[in-house]
Design a protein around this ligand. Structure first.
Ligand SMILES: Cc1cc2nc3c(=O)[nH]c(=O)nc-3n(C[C@H](O)[C@H](O)[C@H](O)COP(=O)(O)OP(=O)(O)OC[C@H]3O[C@@H](n4cnc5c(N)ncnc54)[C@H](O)[C@@H]3O)c2cc1C
Length: 379
């Protein structure tokens, strides 16, 4: 007998887990389909920063501010310790071009009402005493938060299962099931067809190739992104430190780019990212391995900006496919195909995930989003 659901969600990352949680909370019979395990894509590679500062303007900022409020109480809502903790964020200008760009972003965010601070080089050094002197020009600072990413995603899925979710891990979906131009569900690689009123594709970097099975060209691309984690240290960083270069260079299409972002986890480990390289330019045979250029570039940046970390022990490196879109806007909302909703290509995941889950549930239950999604990419 053919299995039938109200909703099928493809992809068990931040967005798929949250969408599955909100749909099951709304009483919808939902299946979450993940080709590997929960958080095995980009969501398992991330640092757990609940990022406000790097939001786009407009509706993205509105949703981001809603997201931080939601994250404050998500632990209680999920009855789980997700490690939510207020934590500062610095976006740092390291050269004149970045300074100009950062000033523009600062003005825009101030005008939009964000309570963001401008720090001189001396103030940044006071905020981060381990930063090498005379290396940076200025920074913007905002108090945002951090979480334990895996605890959060597992808690979403646990609660969703209590609400009736059918979780299907190690279950790759082969294609969308199309009939007369309408999406009727998905066909699994096993050959089984699963029927649903609504199918939600939140497959991160895989969204484009998956939606091609229905003839849709969804402009979500990906980079090979690389990061490291070190042994735990005593308190070393007071803020999440991110180079302003990340926003101007890191996701360029032409070559690999390394820009320093570094964060101290709840347990003291230093998370160090990242080198990003467009997928088409990464050698296929080494697609899931750390590259020599990443090690060399990160070493050079660390010794330049945080020389005390030069001798620190690196425990592990990892690589992931990280999704992005050229306009930095997500593909989010109902699509041109009846029965198909898309939610992929978001810049920040932790903060937006509860809001995106809520909006998708409203789309399914009420037939409308409750907010204007027209700024986002429509396919
Ligand atoms: C080093 C690094 C650090 C980062 N730090 C942060 C941070 O601190 N805070 C933050 O908010 N963001 C951070 N990000 C960005 C964040 O990780 C991503 O934006 C986010 O993980 C994207 O989530 P997603 O659910 O869209 O995609 P993914 O997590 O990639 O999930 C998509 C899932 O779909 C599954 N899938 C794909 N195709 C199929 C199929 N056919 N059938 C079944 N399943 C399928 C995949 O296996 C995958 O699990 C960071 C990124 C990197 C690389």
């Amino acid at each position: 007998m053919r299995r039938q659901f109200d909703c099928i969600v493809i992809g068990g990352g931040y967005f798929g887990c949250s969408i599955a949680y909100h749909l099951s909370k709304a009483g919808k019979a939902t299946a979450l389909i993940e080709q590997k395990e929960i958080a095995s894509g980009a969501s398992g590679a991330n640092f757990g920063c609940v990022q406000v500062q790097d939001s786009n303007m407009g509706m993205s900022l509105t949703l981001t501010l809603r997201g931080i409020e939601r994250m404050r109480t998500m632990g209680q809502e999920l009855q789980a310790d997700i490690g939510f903790e207020p934590f500062g964020s610095l976006i740092v200008a390291e050269d004149a071009a970045q300074l100009q760009e950062l000033e523009n972003l600062y003005q825009q965010k101030k005008e939009a009402g964000l309570d963001i601070d401008w720090l001189s080089a001396a103030q940044v050094l006071r905020a981060e005493p381990n930063l090498a002197p005379k290396r940076i020009l200025a920074a913007t600072r905002y108090t945002q938060a951090k979480i334990y990413p895996f605890h959060y995603m597992y808690a979403l899925v646990k609660k969703a299962r209590e609400q009736g979710l059918t979780l299907m891990e190690h279950t790759p979906a082969a294609s969308l099931w199309m009939e007369g131009g309408t999406c009727k569900g998905v066909i699994l690689c096993s050959g089984e067809a699963l029927r649903a009123e609504q199918t939600i594709v939140s497959a991160g970097s895989w969204t484009r190739e998956f939606c091609q099975t229905a003839g849709l060209d969804v402009p979500v691309y990906s980079v090979k992104a690389e990061a490291f984690v070190t042994e735990p240290l005593k308190p070393f960083l007071n803020n999440f430190y991110s180079s302003a270069g990340f926003f101007t260079e890191a996701h360029g299409q032409e070559a690999a780019a390394t820009s320093l972002c570094i964060h101290q986890s709840h347990h003291g480990n230093i998370l160090i990212g990242e080198t990003a390289k467009p997928d088409g330019r990464a050698e296929l045979a080494y697609a899931d391995m750390s590259s020599v250029e990443h090690c060399a570039h990160i070493h050079a940046l660390l010794t330049r900006y945080f020389p005390a970390l030069e001798q620190v022990q690196v425990l592990r490196s990892w690589v992931t496919r990280s999704p992005y879109t050229e306009s930095c806007q997500p593909v989010f909302g109902p699509s041109s195909v009846e029965g198909l909703i898309l939610a992929a290509g978001f810049k920040s995941a932790a903060i937006l995930s509860p809001v995106v889950g809520d909006i998708v549930a409203q789309l399914v239950v009420k037939g409308k989003a409750g907010v204007d999604l027209s700024e986002f990419i429509y396919v």
